[in-house]
Design a protein around this ligand. Structure first.
Ligand code: FMN
Length: 393
């Protein structure tokens, strides 16, 4: 397989990314945790849902867009926050943000990203969201939040599902851990990918040195290179509670979304604490390995808060039909992490745009098959259920 012209679906972009990236970086992007059960659950759930086709519906002028958090979007789709996207491509975050802006969908810059938020705010255009982790010392969190606010980011996503941290065994095996250290495990990997070193790493070294977490609190940007920082302050989130959502609500003037919600009672609490929406997410199978698919968590959360908040879902979106399935079960929009990461790794902004347009085409075709001319027509009755049951097959 050659370049982007040979990629006809997200799986092809994944394969192209696998060839271009060192194994350690690819596995960081691609894999889950432990036995990768939740990763598999996500894709199995989308495969399990079947849709009824509907015939002889006039499909002239099918509308793909919708409103999300009060403004129009070109598709019911947004890019999820993914730390270190800048290791897939030089300034990969900017490439992703530009691709999102062209497709008129929101882009979320991760707290753990490499390209500085000021550069994204200035250079990308479009709807920009920012994701924050709760740092143990809250003033560190608030400083980053104020910075994102001053840059004009529209929406703040607070990610709350990382618990006490994940068990990424593959990263221990392949030597790609943070803080990063050269070792006998990763040096041969980099040596086998000179193109990646030249295209992605060298420009950083020339401009400002070893890639940094430019959106970490002041003084913590060099954590990737293992600089001496007070780890106790930097540790994320272990001491966070719902009171933190109140505090962020008071601090953030724009939309506030809580990411990583899987239970109806947590969704209710998020709304009670002032969130404008919840993102149902199991971190793409990168957090609790026994987590169910987000698609399985969706109906309960829709019943609990669907009438009063925006429900967004991520984890497992690989086909445009997946968007239709999530919307039919009550999501307002979906988000994707890996689909566009594979794209950006395979070909920068053009690759990210290709990922979005592949999903757009599949989404449009699926809408056609199920006879929906707009998002508002995507309803639960397109889902195949056993006769007399309200459960999907
Ligand atoms: C490489 C990578 C890095 C990620 N980094 C973050 C992060 O910094 N913050 C966050 O909230 N979620 C992060 N996530 C999770 C994504 O936001 C999202 O929930 C997940 O990728 C969705 O699943 P999908 O990849 O199957 O679309 C990351 C995911 C990946 C693949």
């Amino acid at each position: 397989m050659g370049g982007l012209q040979d990629c006809f679906n997200i799986a092809d972009l994944r394969e192209a990314a696998r060839k271009r990236l060192p194994r350690g970086v690819f596995e960081f992007v691609d894999r889950g945790v432990e036995d990768e059960v939740s990763l598999a659950n996500n894709s199995d759930a989308f495969r399990r849902i079947k849709l009824w086709n509907k015939v002889l519906v006039d499909l002239d002028g099918v509308q793909l867009g919708t409103d999300l958090l009060g403004s129009p979007v070109g598709l019911p789709l947004a890019i999820s926050p993914t730390g270190l996207a800048g290791l897939c491509w030089h300034e990969g975050e900017l490439a992703l943000a530009k691709a999102a802006a062209k497709a008129k969908i929101p882009y979320t810059l991760a707290n753990g990203s490499i390209t500085a938020m000021e550069k994204i705010a200035k250079g990308a255009g479009g709807r920009l969201w920012f994701q924050i982790y709760l740092w143990r010392e809250r003033e560190l969190t608030y400083g980053v939040v104020r910075r994102a606010r001053d840059c004009g980011f529209e929406t703040l996503i607070v990610t709350v599902d990382t618990g006490l941290g994940g068990n990424r065994e593959h990263n221990r095996r392949n030597g790609f851990g943070l803080p990063f250290k050269f070792s006998r495990r990763n040096i041969p990997d980099f040596a086998m990918h000179p193109g990646w070193v030249l295209r992605v790493i060298l420009p950083y070294l020339r401009e400002s040195g070893f890639p940094r977490h430019e959106n970490y609190p002041a003084g913590y940007e060099n954590m990737m290179a293992g600089s001496a920082v007070k780890k106790d302050k930097a540790m994320r989130g272990e001491n966070s509670t719902w009171a933190d959502i109140d505090k962020l609500r008071a601090l953030w003037p724009g939309h506030l979304l809580v990411k990583g919600v899987m239970r109806p009672e947590d969704a209710i609490r998020a709304v009670e604490h002032g969130a404008d929406g919840v993102i149902i997410s199991n971190h793409g199978g990168r957090a609790l390995d026994s987590a169910p698919a987000t698609l399985d968590a969706l109906p309960g959360i829709v019943d609990a808060v669907g009438a009063r908040t925006s429900i967004i879902l991520d984890s497992g979106i690989r086909r445009g039909g997946d968007i239709v399935k999530a919307l039919a079960l009550g999501a307002k929009s979906v988000m994707m992490g890996r689909a566009t990461l594979y794209g950006v790794a395979a070909g920068g902004e053009a690759g990210a745009s290709q990922a979005i347009s592949l999903l757009r085409d599949e989404y449009r075709q699926t809408m056609g098959y199920v006879g929906c001319r707009s998002v508002s027509e995507i309803s639960p009755d397109i889902i195949v259920r056993p006769h007399g049951s309200n459960q999907p097959v």
